[in-house]
Design a protein around this ligand. Sequence first.
Ligand SMILES: [Zn+2]
Length: 187
Amino acid sequence: MSKTWALWRDEKINENETRLLRRVADDVPVPFDEEAKRDIMIVVNSFLERDDAAGLAAPQIGISKKIIVFRTRGFSADTQIQRNGNDYEVLVNPKITQYRGDKELQKEGCLSCPDISVDVVRATSIKVKGYDREGKKINKRYSGFLARVVQHEFDHLDGKLIVDRGRTIYFPREKEAFFQAMFKADE
Ligand SMILES: [Zn+2]
């Protein structure tokens, strides 16, 4: 399984990985060139080989480009993700053009923030403009848990992570000293 970049690992802050994860990702040229096509393929393959994530953003594997991929089916907020063939979508250079509906608070985890979960408020319905995997223009609405997943992955392209959005951060008791010191330093 390919490595996922993370802000910290085993109670140590990853400075180099943090720098890239915190960067605003670059636009992908449209129409896609060879490099763009290759990057999209790498992101999709890295995503499909894991079953512990509802979505993946390119910066999470060290590619600072605006590419996200996420499952569209076979998961829910509180059950394990089921591997189920081709039920996923790719968004390139996505822009959220509308937030609608209620705001909902729910716990989120992130491969780039190991060991913690965070209460995050998200809109329950969004509209997104961008390009699909083939470079075709799309303009779509997402709602419910899917809207949450897209907003989470979209944040990665802006260098934002759940720790920035969190109301309450949950971490394991045995790592309390590390996380408490870190989140205090952040304030
Ligand atoms: Zn994430």
